[in-house]
Design a protein around this ligand. Structure first.
Ligand code: FES
Ligand SMILES: [Fe+2]
Length: 326
């Protein structure tokens, strides 16, 4: 249950790349209704295989393009009067028009998308600016010595920044996730500002023995991150995730997990289950916490202080423009 509080300051929707679907869920010719960025969207895959994302409400009489809309060639056709829109959101055909003339305002906003790491990701920027960084391509997903990926997704009623903040909170690994001690940790922020790497080291019991393992978390923007377990000899364990803002206090996290084939039977499932189970530990805290814009921190909370400073760059100062032609 969300807390009832007049103490809360709501964070806005941040800027960056965020997954809107798993690639495998959108076949050629499919249309999918997507709610993300506090906006109704229509996602579709054209007959040539390209993925397109546009605002959902038809500029004609406002039908939802993804509720009964159909892919026709490279366009999506509105279910109401069959106006057709291309991937740029431009109306290109009105089947019953006498002159064939398309009205000037017959257009909806289109969103930049990429398909990478088994995800379909969209660029959100509150001021409408173009992408200034790229989604990394994960080599393991194209490597035959790693397993086919496993997929997992979860919805959490919390602002996505609270989930991202956990990556920079080694203390909670001990108190929430039962790590044997507060792990030694280092955080390295890249010069261009969008990327950081956090490494926490702990002794860990595994089916292959007890090892000193590094939990390596890489982060690109506020929404994309990966977790790699290093230090178990010969074992590769990897997870790439995208955490997406559906609304200010509604987040969907999508995970793509893989392990090196040589260990799949010994600890592949266990690793993947452990990562997924870690969520249960966090969930009660996320579901019931408020956002503290100016938290009281202690001397040992340096990672949290650094994270808060870093996270600021992903918010625009102005409120998001709501014009359909923006
Ligand atoms: S509402 Fe879409 S064509 Fe009329
Ligand atoms: Fe956590």
């Amino acid at each position: 249950m969300n807390p009832v509080s007049n103490e809360e300051t709501l964070l806005p929707i941040p800027n960056g790349w965020f997954a809107v679907a798993f690639s495998r869920d959108l076949a050629e010719g499919d249309v999918m209704r997507v709610q993300c960025f506090d906006t109704e969207l229509a996602l579709f895959r054209t007959r040539s295989g390209e993925v397109k994302l546009i605002d959902a409400f038809c500029p004609h009489l406002g039908a939802h393009l993804a509720e009964g809309g159909k892919v026709v060639g490279e366009t999506i056709r509105c279910p109401f009067h069959h106006w057709q829109f291309d991937g740029d959101g431009q109306c290109v055909k009105i089947p019953y028009s006498k002159t064939g003339k398309i009205p000037k305002r017959a257009k909806v906003r289109s969103w930049e998308v990429v398909e990478r790491n088994h995800l379909i990701l969209a660029w959100h920027h509150a001021e409408g600016k173009s992408p200034d960084w790229e989604v990394p391509a994960v080599a393991e997903f194209n490597d035959p010595t790693w397993t086919d990926p496993r997929f997992f997704s979860v919805e959490v009623p919390v602002h996505m920044q609270e989930m991202a903040e956990n990556n920079c909170d080694p203390v909670h690994f001990h108190y929430v996730h039962s790590a044997e001690a507060i792990p030694e940790s280092t955080n390295t922020y890249a010069e261009d500002g969008r990327y950081y790497k956090a490494v926490s080291t702990n002794e860990r019991e595994t089916p292959m023995g007890r090892f000193k393992v590094d939990l390596v978390r890489e982060t690109w923007g506020l929404g994309l991150s990966s977790v790699r377990l290093e230090g178990v000899p010969g074992a590769g364990l990897y997870m790439f995730s995208s955490t997406s803002p559906i609304a200010p206090k509604k987040t969907v996290s999508r995970w793509v997990l893989t392990v090196s084939r040589n260990i799949v039977d010994v600890m592949g499932d266990e690793y993947m289950d452990q990562i997924i189970k870690g969520l249960d530990d966090d969930m009660r805290i996320w579901e019931n916490k408020i956002h503290r814009p100016d938290p009281v921190l202690c001397d040992a909370d340096t990672f949290l202080a650094d994270f808060r400073k870093w996270a600021k760059q992903f918010y625009s100062p102005a409120p998001e423009p709501r014009s359909p032609s923006a």
